[in-house]
Design a protein around this ligand. Structure first.
Ligand code: GLY
Length: 309
């Protein structure tokens, strides 16, 4: 069809998600004479997706873009839902837009190139979808935990591995799409996607980002589950099933040494999701039934953090 294509590369890692990278992309687009008939394709992980979406939303008052995520975390979370953003000195994603991609194209073959640690952190988000929306998905992961962790593409021990992984990715994407279609700009329902993230973001920041986002979310899921039990919403049985699945997937479930309770608490209070001085938590009543609570007493949050160490 004679469509012209050019490539713009950015260095890997969160440190690229900055305004100077966005400006460098814009300058390249101008040099390449990109106009409103041009489109961007975000081929990469979450950082590439967020910054490409951001540039697409503002370049010449917006041009279309497509997400082609290559990491598991980006496949099941950041490529879907149109949150774009960059980090500034004062915090992550403090500049950004809601701007939907024209499509999300996923090929799980990209996961063959992913380091194991990164693969696992994507699994934490899939567990999250099971916990907030889909008891069946959760149960299937309980059954397949060992294989999922040890399976490699087409290995004789788990020949159905790619198909199973594809089902997990596609189910997760559909859950997120369904939620975002109801509440695109996170006024209400979309907040349930932040299950585990209130603790997680605070732990990630307090570790000076030595803990990855996915690992922090994994610890945050266990913390939010424990908090749900302490608030007497969740049964001990469901709490231990969730903790067991996180453990079986080899994901972190404890707050590492050196991170203080006060540090986590003050981060959570500063979190942008804070409203009217109350910290909002996503809690669960059972697997598949989340709700938002702003009425958790600080002592119980403190107790939960202490027990997570
Ligand atoms: N990662 C949460 C959301 O997209 O709303």
């Amino acid at each position: 069809m004679g469509i012209r294509m050019d490539t713009i590369e950015i260095p890997a890692g969160e440190s690229s998600k900055m305004i100077h990278t966005a400006l460098a992309i814009v300058e390249r687009l101008i040099a390449l004479e990109a106009d409103r008939k041009s489109a961007l394709i975000a081929l990469g992980g979450g950082v590439v997706g967020d910054i490409t979406g951001f540039v697409a939303s503002i370049y010449m008052r917006s041009i279309p873009y497509i997400q082609m995520p290559t990491s598991l975390l980006a496949m099941v979370d950041s490529s879907i839902g149109g949150k774009t953003g960059i980090d500034i000195q004062e915090g992550k994603n403090l500049l950004g837009t809601f701007y939907q991609p024209k499509g999300v194209y996923i090929d799980i073959d990209f996961l063959k190139t992913l380091p194991e640690r990164e693969f696992r952190t994507g699994i934490a988000e899939i567990i999250k979808y099971g916990v907030i929306d889909d008891p069946e998905l959760f149960h299937s992961m309980e059954k397949e935990a060992a294989e999922l962790l040890n399976g490699s593409f087409g290995s004789p021990e788990f020949p159905d591995y790619p198909e199973y992984l594809e089902r997990l990715v596609s189910r997760s994407g559909r859950i997120k799409k369904g939620i975002v279609e109801i509440d695109e700009t996170e006024r209400g329902l979309r907040r349930i996607l932040n299950f585990g993230h209130t603790f997680g973001h605070a732990i990630e920041a307090e570790s000076q980002y030595s803990i990855s986002h996915g690992e922090a979310v994994s610890i945050g899921i266990v913390a939010a589950t424990l908090l749900s039990e302490k608030m007497k919403y969740l049964s001990a049985e469901d709490r231990s099933r969730i903790a067991a699945l996180i453990g079986a997937m080899g994901l972190p479930d404890r707050i590492p040494d050196g991170i203080t309770t006060e540090g986590i608490l003050s981060r959570m209070k500063r979190d942008k999701k804070k409203e009217n001085d109350a910290i909002h938590f996503v809690l669960i009543k059972k697997i598949g039934t989340p709700f938002i609570s702003s009425g958790v007493p600080e002592e119980i949050v403190r107790e939960t953090i202490e027990e997570m160490k």
